[in-house]
Write a protein that binds this ligand. Structure first.
Ligand code: ADP
Ligand code: MG
Length: 285
């Protein structure tokens, strides 16, 4: 029974991929496409006692370098599980995930942790900041883990805090910051190591809509200027609509992929160019 379900899903995913490559062909950029995340037939089943939860039932997904995609779907459909398995935070029961061409499952725990620290950034809903550390100390944590010299780490953390508009708040602890400011610290921490991919799970889930928009504009600006890849889980359509592509999930499967880039928008992930039409540059920050 599951075989037919997986096959059906494979067909859906292939249709989505085909649509994308055709669109790409018309812009003449086929050779420049650089797939940073390539997941095929991902299966994840949680077993708690006698109960089995089929969280992922054969997921196929490709993400291009520099792309900002959102993963949308109802609560419990497997969004967080997908993000965690793609990032190598959780194991899979079937399928294959390649990140920048490498299968992280083939690495030792230490190698995987090191790869994550250097190449990936994480933004979660509830900030996950250490309350006893100041904003700048929180931001420099990934650099400390990567054994960057303390003086250099401090400089880079302060520069990153400036990029998210928090220069004046560097010495403050999370409890002294607003929700939006805390999420900016989290974003600074996720990006300070200049990762290739940023994974965000409901990054605006705890924020009012105005602050959520500010945070999304910040992520879009960073995505454009630093050519980083963003995979954002959200149940908020407004947030999804701000990304390049919405990937729809239901019951552990991908049910659709909607490209939202306008045809006249240059593919910013090709060659690192960050040019965009003036009309899309109206940020509130
Ligand atoms: P979403 O993020 O879309 O809300 P999740 O990926 O968190 O969905 O969950 C997908 C399914 O897997 C849900 O039915 C959830 O209850 C189940 N699940 C998630 N994590 C675990 C776990 N650690 N143990 C058992 N079941 C889990
Ligand atoms: Mg979730």
């Amino acid at each position: 029974m599951r075989l037919s379900a997986d096959t059906q899903n494979g067909t859906t995913a292939m249709t989505a991929t085909q649509t994308r490559s055709t669109a790409t062909t018309t812009t003449g950029n086929v050779a420049a496409i650089d797939t940073i995340v390539s997941a095929s037939n991902i299966v994840k089943t949680y077993r708690t006692g006698e109960v089995r939860v089929h969280a992922l039932r054969g997921v196929h997904l490709d993400v291009e370098r520099g792309e900002m995609v959102s993963i949308m779907g109802p609560s419990g459909c497997g969004k967080t599980t997908l993000l965690n398995t793609l990032a190598g935070l959780d194991t899979i029961d079937g399928g294959r995930i390649l990140i920048e061409g490498s299968d992280l499952a083939g690495l030792s725990d230490a190698e995987r942790t090191s790869y994550r620290a250097k190449r990936m950034g994480f933004v979660f809903q509830f900030y996950n900041l250490l309350p006893v550390l100041s904003a700048v100390e929180n931001v420099e944590l990934p650099l400390v883990v990567s054994k960057i010299r303390p003086g250099t780490a401090r400089e880079r953390a302060l520069a990153m805090l400036a990029k998210v508009g928090l220069s004046d708040w560097a010495e403050h602890r999370p409890a002294e910051l607003s929700g939006g400011q805390r999420q900016r610290v989290t974003i600074a921490r996720a990006l300070v190591n200049n990762p290739a991919i940023v994974w965000a799970d409901e990054p605006t889930g705890d924020l009012d809509s105005e602050t959520a928009d500010e945070i999304m504009h910040l992520l879009i600006e960073l995505n454009r200027t630093q050519n980083q890849t963003f995979v954002i889980v959200t149940h908020d359509l407004r947030i999804g609509q701000m990304t390049d592509r919405i990937i729809r999930m239901k019951d552990g499967r991908i049910t659709g992929s909607e490209d939202q880039r306008r045809n006249d928008m240059p593919k910013r992930h090709c060659g690192g160019s960050a040019t965009t039409p003036a009309s899309t540059e109206q940020h509130s920050m």
